[in-house]
Design a protein around this ligand. Sequence first.
Ligand code: TMP
Length: 246
Amino acid sequence: MSQDLPKRRQIYEGKAKVLFEGPEPGTLVQYFKDDTTAFNAEKHEVMDGKGVLNLRISEYIFAELEKDGVPTHFIETLGPREQLVREAEIIPLEVVMRNVAAGSLVKRLGLSEGETLPRPLIEFYYKDDALGDPLISEDHIAVFGWCSAEELDEITGLARKINKRMSALFEAAGIRLVDFKLEFGRVQDGGAQRIVLADEISPDSCRLWDMQSNEKMDKDRFRQDLGGMVDAYQQVAARLGLTSDI
Ligand code: TMP
């Protein structure tokens, strides 16, 4: 599958996406690559077709969240790998919501994978690849000024709301939303500044388990060498009703 890059000025290249200058000031083009990484890019492979699937799944989820009143950076889809988005000043936090014990939570606290948590758990990680995105507390955020108390309240409320909406969307597709990661940014609206959901929401940034079999349908297939990662993403898209135009 072609990964032709847009003929625009490149602003930033991440592990799974590239950002280009947009057609208007205050906009960017977000391009989804097939590159797949884990363990802070120690493990890397190009997975044919992953970028197209992630764009489609992310676009759908962002649109559903917008309908539910969650402000996002998404403006429109420009091509199979390209989205027009609002330029946002990214807050350096990875906001993780967890419904079921898995991943680093299991390792850190010695839980059994698959235990349903008493209630959804929100965690904050400092977004810094060189440091390996360390887990932090709310007080770290306040002391180091990564965002204001008001912004953190807003982010926490949005993350809980997003969890409710996404859990329902996936449940209707026979998929358990185990956990996921969000990123937020600040955009200028007239004179005012507001928080929007940014980045992407896809099987790269979520744990998704089939509700019948508990089979993993997310990037853990790559992290744990289970195979069939792109097929699983395709299955997620199909279950969400997104097959016709992929
Ligand atoms: P964790 O259990 O490894 O901390 O991951 C929690 C969730 O966050 C999981 O759904 C995968 C997602 N995630 C990312 O999107 N990017 C990352 O760099 C990491 C470590 C996790």
